[in-house]
Design a protein around this ligand. Sequence first.
Ligand code: SF4
Length: 422
Amino acid sequence: MPEPFLLKYIHEPDQGDLDAYVSRGGYEGLRRALAMRPEEVVDEVERSGLRGRGGAGFGTGRKWKFLPRDPAVTKYVVVNADEGEPGTFKDRTLMEGDPHRLIEGIVIAGYAVDAHQAFIYLRREFHRARAVLERAIAQAYERGYLGRDILGSGYHLDLVLATGAGAYIAGEETALLESLEGRRAMPRLKPPFYPAVKGLYMQPTALNNVETLCHVAWILARGEAWYREQGPPILFSVSGHVQRPGVYELPLGTSIRQVIEAAGGLRPGRAFKACFPGGTSSAILPAAYLDTPMDYDLAKLDVYGAMLGSAALIVMDDTACMVEVVARTVEFYRDESCGKCTPCREGTVWLSQVLDRILHGKGRPEDLELLDGIARGMTGTCFCPLGESVPPAIYSSLRFFRHEYDHHVRTGHCDVKTAVQV
Ligand code: SF4
């Protein structure tokens, strides 16, 4: 298995320091990029096969190619550092542990797409990441890695750190742009206009996730051939009923079982029950899928809504009541819904009420069909991905754990809680 590199220096106490970063080969990728033509940088990133690590998995080089090359058109780079998906914490780890890698990736991206202004949109709660980034940005300005005439290349880029309002919807790329422009974070209609065409201030914008830009810095430092030989790696945020929850760097395609083993395995004496492979917006998978590779092909499974997403593996052992898991998940989306469209605003509230009723011993047999019907009403009708994130948990739990719903409705009690000692 290739050596981890994204997390290689993450635990070094001085990694936020520019001298330490440079002494370990930092900013070599930027030097190499500045010696290339911008189009060559974009081509190299495209050839590396890097796909966005924010959840959608779109090719990064291809995305950059959508931005016009016309030098008369103002372009921006925006970093989505609003990591709000439950169970996802890899970007925060990167920002706190390797801030200059992110800055290097941002400058490379800015040079590649011909932007001279970049923004990091940081989740408000990330106080430590903010302090670390502020220091790193100041150092980068002082030493000529940001600002005018970067490393004597004639290229200039300014970088602003902006904090969001701490709303999950602000992580949706168009809602993020609304927030960055000073308005409430509510999604914009797309198509027809994607951020690469009309983004920040309606100008073409390269909008990338933190982990994606850290990959970019490594790709330019070592070359795309080296990068492809590495796997490529991906950062898994592993949480739930494992012995060592945390961020793990493993090759794309590592099985769910192997990711759990990397995180120390299950708690002693417990059996695996289910997992969200890609955060709570993914479907729930039972034990039959333990050997499924964690890659973009998850979406091809016969389970609606299964996906790699942001690679946030949330593990549940046999102490988890799936009705409760789904109820808490829907509650989260209900609270975070921006309220702009009816299926999401009303559907999440309605689902939550029905699930609570079942959970509290007042469920009716017809409630299971009702849950399925509400989820169907939301599927394909929500304005943005937040609302569309809810039905997969409903469909998959009804398919794989229907007996738990039935038991709750029939007896008014949870068989899991009475069968296991939690
Ligand atoms: S799906 Fe939900 S979050 Fe998205 S626009 Fe509609 S109400 Fe807002």
